[in-house]
Design a protein around this ligand. Structure first.
Ligand code: AMP
Length: 379
């Protein structure tokens, strides 16, 4: 594929906030963006040039979409393989279908990671109740049972503390294939967002530290408070995964870091990630611009971080007592507001985020938390 220069049209599968921020970066650089998903008036559609509303299974609509763009990328990895295949004959998909196929299914992803020699928590495939019992015998307690496909933000996940939790956990699968993995007693969770260009060049945004609430990302701090040695190993693993997946685009690698300094890969996402949102305000190039550059075959941008940063997610819960007080949060200097244009604020739904910049990550975290608290502190 030749380089796609500004003026070209990029197709995005999926229409959430990741596609929105991608489209904003693409349009800023002079590209056109078409988005495809089953919904209308979406976060991506609101800022794209064209919003196509059709099912991922409607392959005629998928082919028609592909015929109007020069390259297709995605912001959501649970896209059926047949959808990607239908596009492949028409225009390139970046990252390609193979990377998507591996990373959209936990069992395939873990099998790939194991074969690649990447440290991961011990795991077993679980299809039947007997397999769950055998897996618990092998892995021990506590363990985490996760559906193999289509899980995110802890959905389809159960902690098994002892044998008495096993029957209900198995029932909750509803017959779906699953993975049992050892519970990792981590000190902190960290991630690396990195990118690989069409010519094989790679770049990363350093190590980010993440805290979760109810399995949903709550805050990210960058740079992470980890040793130089941990940062070196995490970024090396991330870059080796880019090579092994031969991925063209952005990849996020999520890790557990133990007290002993060991890193275990938890998950891969072959796209920009919530933990990389700080790059919009804090880095020379954002993770979204990097995705634009990679999928269009442009050189990658510099990833230097200009100031320490902290990001806090804004979930729908904040709307419980009415519209949050945007003015109060904006009154705090060095805090940036990002909202995704979602009309319905449901509990646990990612509606937006705040990013704070400060001389230290601790100060940035304090600021971003204060700004978020100010949203709902009206007397
Ligand atoms: P996941 O959807 O796999 O990223 O899991 C969501 C969150 O659940 C993670 O970020 C962790 O906070 C927690 N979690 C998942 N798997 C494990 C595990 N094996 N050990 C400890 N915590 C876990």
């Amino acid at each position: 594929m030749n380089t796609l220069l500004p003026g070209a049209t990029i197709g995005v599968l999926g229409s959430g906030q990741l596609g929105r921020m991608f489209a904003m970066a693409a349009r800023r650089m002079g590209y056109l963006v078409h988005t495809f998903s089953p919904e209308t008036d979406t976060p991506t559609g609101q800022v794209a040039d064209v919003e196509v509303t059709a099912s991922y299974e409607d392959l005629d609509a998928v082919r028609d979409f592909a015929s109007r763009v020069q390259v297709v990328t995605f912001e959501f990895e649970n896209v059926p393989a047949a959808t990607v295949e239908a596009i492949n004959g028409i225009v390139p998909v970046r990252p390609d279908g193979a990377a998507l196929y591996t990373t959209q299914h936990r069992l395939r992803e873990k099998t790939f990671l194991q074969a690649a020699g990447i440290p991961i928590a011990p795991f077993r495939r679980v299809g039947t109740r007997a397999e769950l019992d055998a897996a618990l015998d092998a892995i021990g307690y506590p363990a985490v049972l996760k559906t193999a496909g289509f899980g995110y933000d802890g959905k389809g996940q159960r902690l098994i503390k002892s044998a008495t939790d096993a029957p209900a956990a198995f029932e909750s699968l509803g017959g779906r294939e699953a993975v049992l993995e050892a519970f990792v007693d981590f000190e902190r969770e960290v991630s690396v967002v990195c990118a690989r260009g069409a010519d094989g060049e790679t770049a990363h945004f350093g190590v980010v530290e993440n805290s979760h609430e109810r399995h949903i990302l709550d805050c990210s701090l960058a740079p992470a408070r980890v040793s130089a040695e941990v940062a070196r190993r995490a970024t090396e693993i991330a870059e080796s995964l880019l090579e092994q997946l031969a991925l063209v685009g952005v990849l996020c690698v999520e890790f557990f870091l133990t007290r002993g300094g060991e890193l275990y890969v938890n998950e891969l996402a072959p796209r920009p990630h919530n933990s990389g949102h700080f790059t919009i305000d804090a880095c020379q190039t954002s993770q979204f611009e990097q995705q634009v550059r990679a999928v269009c075959g442009l050189p990658l941008g510099a990833t230097g971080q200009l100031r320490p940063a902290a990001m806090a997610n804004l979930l729908g819960d904040l709307w419980q007592a009415g519209e949050p007080d945007w003015r109060a949060a904006c009154a705090i200097p060095n805090v940036k507001l990002h909202l995704y244009g979602k009309h319905e604020a449901r509990a646990g739904r990612k509606m937006g985020h705040l990013t704070a910049l400060a001389p230290t990550t601790e100060e940035a975290l304090r600021l971003v938390r204060a700004a978020r608290a100010a949203l709902t502190s009206r007397a």
